[in-house]
Design a binder for this molecule. Structure first.
Ligand code: ZN
Length: 209
């Protein structure tokens, strides 16, 4: 259990279920490789709009589907290949949508996935990073006190902190929020993309400007 925990900030943990950021460059895998295997298919891929503006991070598996559908093309690849039935495809590191997609500000839906993404899979009370399955959502002001389900009132919490807090405010429970919860903005997304991509040289020119 403890081996899965590390203090947030020491190593940016690619939350969002994108484990295995550094794929073995020599490996090749079939497109239908089992999802349970931490593999090339889960490695993060930067998604650019048609205008080269970074808009998202996805997994290799999804990026390949977008490419095969003709929705996106690879801008950068890494050194590994995957094989579909007929051909070998270079694994993308950065893809670009072929038609421009309008991304409204604050288009992120309020969802468990996005709260965990915003909080980088880090319990906002104890500050440790966890697997998504080990985190729950906590209403900072409990629902029983009129606390709403909103960006400002929902945070990622480990079960231990969540149990300790119970139906109380953080102050009452002797817990302190790591930071004030805020809506997920495009700015937040950029920061996250940088964190996830800081080890991938090929992302840099699209993210650091
Ligand atoms: Zn905790």
């Amino acid at each position: 259990m403890d081996s899965h925990r590390h203090k947030a900030g020491l190593r940016p943990r690619p939350a969002i279920g994108l484990s295995g950021t550094s794929a073995d460059p020599a490996s090749t895998q079939p497109l239908n490789a089992p999802a349970s295997r931490p593999s090339v298919m889960q490695a993060p891929v930067l998604v650019l709009n048609a205008t080269f503006e970074p808009i998202n991070v996805t997994a290799v598996r999804r990026a390949l589907i977008l490419m095969l559908k003709g929705v996106a093309q690879a801008e950068e690849t890494n050194h590994s290949e995957v094989h579909s039935t007929s051909k070998a495809i270079q694994v993308p590191s950065v893809i670009r949508l072929l038609t421009y997609r309008h991304i409204p500000q604050q288009s992120r839906a309020l969802s468990r996935k996005n709260i965990l993404l915003r909080d980088r899979n880090t319990c906002q009370f104890c500050g440790f990073a966890f697997a998504a399955s080990e985190l729950t959502l906590d209403h900072v002001l409990p629902r029983s006190r009129g606390g709403r389900s909103s960006w400002e009132n929902l945070v990622a919490s480990c079960y231990q902190c969540n149990n300790r807090k119970g139906d109380r405010t953080p102050e009452e429970a002797g817990l302190k929020l790591q930071r004030r919860p805020r809506p997920f903005t495009l700015h937040t997304s950029r920061q996250l993309m940088r964190l996830i991509g800081h080890r991938d040289e090929k992302w840099r020119k699209y993210l650091f400007y």
